[in-house]
Design a protein around this ligand. Structure first.
Ligand code: PLP
Length: 371
């Protein structure tokens, strides 16, 4: 099977990297870093972008900018990559884990509402696999309970809810450019915001407490160095240019694959809210109905040449870390059920051409047959 490789680099990455290599600045002060930040922010309906070395640091940066720290609680989904929770813990606040919806795989806004306490300052929706959390309902809960919204949009580059881009709903939002993401420089991250003061605060924290109106060796706040290199930014400019066409290809292939698999029993695919008009398709998620066959299903698919992983082995709060690190856990029956039967197929499968979707559909059909 001809599964496209990931990551993909073309002459455009090389051309932009050469531009950087020919200059005397390979670090974060090359103008291509600011160029990338502005382009990525604009593509996601935001005024400001502050890049950083990875999408874990950008979550921490967003929380610091929002002034969240000891004594505060932040509501997060029970299923995500660990950084969603550890970023909260690392700024000294307490993650509050809430359940997901069984088939969108996203945080349930009703559970968010129920979990709010006097200490809750923020909610951190994760657009899991690409489709946005129901942002109308999150906005409603946040407005009524006075919560800050910080989107963890690490999976959702280019996704949209009723034409509005992921990353533009929160006071702050964070994206990752880690190797497997739909845009990558190997590592990298960015925080977006429309708030000028928060943008200035984050830029200063990420850049050793400097201010743009002062010289290089004047430091005003307790900052650090979160900067990406110009080489990373060069790669990301090229990756951003290619993102819309890749989303179109993935969408067409995902629709085709789901059509080919209509009527095949044993799998329920991720439900995408009708208000989501554009999906990054970072992951193609599903649940093997009946549960017991999930690992065997993944193994069979991999044997047939289709990459497939069995989701997370546990919820965030079931990690050994959260037996000792302070947190609050609300009942999460859906999250606990999905860890037993869910799987994902990575986005590069959906970049395939020719008859690949027919081949993948046939492999899925065979893999789901029991016995
Ligand atoms: C939902 C989510 N948030 C945050 C991150 C952290 O990003 P990074 O790996 O760039 O630190 C990831 C994963 O990579 C993720 O999947």
């Amino acid at each position: 099977m001809q599964i496209p490789r990931w990551p993909i680099a073309t002459e455009r990455e090389k051309e932009l990297i050469d531009e950087v290599l020919a200059s005397p600045h390979w670090g974060g002060f090359h103008e291509i870093v600011a160029r990338f930040e502005a382009q990525f922010a604009a593509a996601h309906g935001c005024r400001f972008g502050i890049s950083a070395a990875n999408g874990t640091l950008t979550l921490e940066l967003a929380l610091l900018a929002a002034g969240i720290g000891p004594g505060d609680e932040v509501i997060v989904p029970a299923i995500s990559f660990i950084s969603t929770a550890t970023a909260v813990s690392r700024v000294g606040a307490i993650p509050v884990f809430v359940d997901i919806e069984p088939y969108t795989f996203n945080m349930n806004p009703s559970r968010v509402q129920e979990a709010v306490s006097a200490k809750t300052r923020a909610v951190m929706p994760v657009h899991f696999g690409g489709p946005l959390v129901d942002m109308d309902r999150i906005a409603d809960v946040a407005a009524r309970r006075g919560l800050i919204v910080i989107e963890d949009a690490a999976h959702a580059h280019g996704s949209q809810w009723q034409g509005r881009p992921a990353g533009s709903f929160g006071l702050l939002s964070s994206f990752s450019f880690q190797n497997g993401k739909v845009m990558t420089a190997g590592e990298g991250g960015i925080v977006l915001t429309n708030d000028e003061a928060l943008a200035a605060k984050m830029r200063s924290i990420a850049n050793q407490g400097r201010r743009p109106d002062a010289t290089h060796f004047h430091h005003f706040t307790l900052g650090t160095n979160f900067r990406i290199t110009a080489l990373q930014a060069a790669v990301l400019v090229a990756q951003l240019e290619r993102l819309p066409a890749q989303i179109e290809t993935r969408t067409a292939n995902a629709c085709k694959l789901l059509r080919l698999l209509e009527g095949v029993d044993g799998i329920r695919w991720q439900q995408v809210h009708p208000k989501i008009n554009r999906n990054s398709w970072y992951l193609m998620l599903g649940r093997v109905e009946g549960g017991a066959g999930r690992d065997e299903f993944c193994r069979r698919l991999r044997e047939a040449g289709v990459p497939c992983s069995p989701y997370y082995p546990h919820t965030l709060y079931q990690n050994p870390l959260y037996r000792s690190s302070p947190c609050r856990v609300t009942p999460c029956p859906n999250a606990e059920a999905t860890i037993a039967d869910a799987f994902w197929i990575p986005h590069n499968v959906l970049l395939g051409a020719g008859g690949l979707m027919e081949e993948v559909a046939e492999a899925v059909r065979r893999a789901i047959l029991r016995g």
